[in-house]
Design a protein around this ligand. Structure first.
Ligand SMILES: Nc1ncnc2c1ncn2[C@@H]1O[C@H](COP(=O)(O)OP(=O)(O)OP(=O)(O)O)[C@@H](O)[C@H]1O
Ligand SMILES: [Mg+2]
Length: 244
């Protein structure tokens, strides 16, 4: 999942969708501008030796299974397993994204949902995006969000060699109708619509800020929407091999 601009909710959506994944799943926090999950969902109590930076070092001397066993953390029962992101801006260029993505794609019976942050042509994680079965552009529904999405969409299609309409580059709208509808946004971005997630402040705070889930959290609009998106992504991704 990537954004064009303006923090539409990539991290929140990736965590919510992964929490509803019908198969084994890993969240890879691959935001090139640095990770937020340890501070947000993790409440700043993320184990210090967990995360992508340490996994990258491990991978020089050991296999993926062992690196993930050491560095993946599941902060709460409602959360998916997570390889938390980088601490510094600029570290992303030292990660062998192509190899990491390929190794994750080969995990038997498991998928990866990657939070790739804001799409940046030069400093971003384009090699990782190229290896994904599905790239999801996450956008809000305001004027600036839609404009930014429509500028980024052709670049994403180009990276994946996807023709307009190819579901390998799809659109996820967070908070539709503020004021543009999902169909208007899909037409503006010329991307197939994966779906939408509702604005749901209370449930979103669980993922972005580590607020403890309320009793009805599982039935919240965000979690129910995430469940539908997870099912659609699994269907779209089974044509390929493993990473969403
Ligand atoms: N579906 C939603 N409903 C209501 N609020 C949301 C939703 N999704 C995200 N938010 C809120 O929007 C804010 C930004 O969310 P988030 O950090 O997930 O965005 P992001 O796109 O990952 O941003 P960044 O590019 O800074 O990493 C957070 O306060 C989060 O709680
Ligand atoms: Mg984020």
């Amino acid at each position: 999942m990537v954004s064009a601009k303006g923090s539409p909710g990539v991290t929140t959506s990736a965590l919510a969708v992964a929490s509803q994944w019908p198969r084994r799943v890993l969240v890879l926090e691959a935001d090139p501008f640095g990770g937020d999950i340890g501070a947000g969902l993790g409440g700043g109590e993320w184990p210090s030796a967990s995360g992508l930076a340490d996994a990258v070092v491990d991978l020089r001397s050991t296999g993926l299974d062992e690196a993930l066993r050491r560095r993946v953390h599941r902060p709460a029962p409602h959360a998916p397993p997570i390889l938390a992101g980088l601490g510094c801006v600029g570290q992303a260029s030292s990660v062998a994204w192509t190899q990491l993505g390929a190794a994750l794609g080969r995990m038997p019976g498991a998928d990866t949902v990657a939070d790739c942050g804001r799409f940046a042509v030069l400093d971003g994680v384009t090699p990782l995006l190229r290896g994904c079965d599905v790239v999801v552009l996450v956008v809000g529904s305001g004027l600036r969000a839609v404009r930014a999405g429509s500028r980024i969409a052709p670049l994403l299609r180009e990276e994946l060699n996807a023709e307009p309409g190819d579901v390998r580059v799809s659109l996820l709208v967070v908070g539709p109708d503020e004021p543009y509808s999902t169909s208007e946004i899909a037409a503006g971005c010329r991307l197939p619509l994966l779906g939408e997630l509702p604005r749901d402040r209370r449930a979103a705070d669980v993922w972005s800020d580590g607020v403890p889930p309320a009793r009805a959290f599982d039935r919240s609009p965000l979690q129910r929407g995430a469940n539908r998106i997870a099912a659609k992504l699994v269907r779209a991704g089974t044509a390929g091999a493993g990473a969403a």
